[in-house]
Write a protein that binds this ligand. Structure first.
Ligand SMILES: C[S@@+](CC[C@H](N)C(=O)[O-])C[C@H]1O[C@@H](n2cnc3c(N)ncnc32)[C@H](O)[C@@H]1O
Length: 228
């Protein structure tokens, strides 16, 4: 995890400005969960796993500013940017921790994560999903916006090649592109199906993928029947 921490510490100040170049479906990817979150009217506490600069929390904050937000990340520099973003708001707290090695702190009604869990080995992903289930209050929901391994080698190759080609012509400066290409070497994608299965095994009741664009997906599950 030291390498992950180092690379995200380094990119922290430029991270937000590069996101729209590096995630071709940026707006849809971060807002696909809005209808689901809007339905969780009784929710009070949200945990963002691998929150980084707080980008995903910021999207949720746009539609639910009254939640209590807990942002966890192992990179102090990424969290520093998050603290600047939410400066002055007393419903935000921050925890510097490695979620592959530490327990998740507290109990929550909504647990979110974006582009973070793919840094874990498959076994660690599984352990984390079980821990997420335990950390949810009854009726709570887990939402993971992430990149996944293609279902077949052919599609995986297509997704990765397509992403590189898209980023190369995105207008992002060359140095930033090369650093992003370095960072993705740390990624450990797993298939969507295997992760949906783990969520079911962990006890989640309603489990599904609510958004997919190439290998960018948003999926998750509810602890108890989804009341919609
Ligand atoms: C690509 S960034 C995503 C940040 C944010 N969620 C977003 O959507 O912009 C991945 C983040 O996950 C964090 N991360 C990766 N592995 C981690 C771990 N084991 N424990 C805590 N944070 C981790 C990194 O430090 C980084 O800030």
């Amino acid at each position: 995890m030291e390498n992950v921490k180092k690379q995200f510490d380094e990119v922290s100040k430029k991270y937000d400005s590069q996101r729209q170049y590096l995630i071709p479906c940026y707006q849809d990817f971060y807002t696909a969960c809005y209808p689901l979150v809007r339905k969780l009217s009784g929710a009070k506490r949200l945990l963002d796993i691998g929150a980084g600069t707080g980008l995903f929390s910021y999207f949720i904050y746009q539609i639910n500013p009254n939640l209590h937000y807990t942002l966890v990340d192992l990179s102090p520099e990424m969290l520093r940017v998050a603290k600047e973003r939410f400066n002055g708001l007393d419903n935000f707290q921050y925890e510097e921790l490695d979620f592959s090695a530490s327990n998740l702190p507290g109990k929550y009604d909504i647990i979110i994560s974006a582009l973070a869990i793919h840094h874990l080995e498959d076994k660690e992903k599984e352990q984390l999903y079980y821990a997420v289930y335990e950390a949810l209050n009854p009726g709570g929901v887990f939402i993971n916006a992430d990149q996944v391994l293609g279902r077949t080698l052919g599609f995986d190759h297509y997704y990765r090649t397509n992403w590189r080609e898209t980023v190369l012509v995105s207008g992002l400066e060359e140095d930033a592109i090369q650093k992003a290409f370095e960072r993705v070497k740390l990624d450990k994608f797993a298939t969507l199906e295997s992760q949906l299965q783990i969520l079911e095994d962990a006890g989640f009741t309603d489990v599904d993928c609510i958004y997919k664009n190439l290998n960018f997906v948003v999926f998750g599950g509810s602890k108890g029947l989804l009341s919609y």
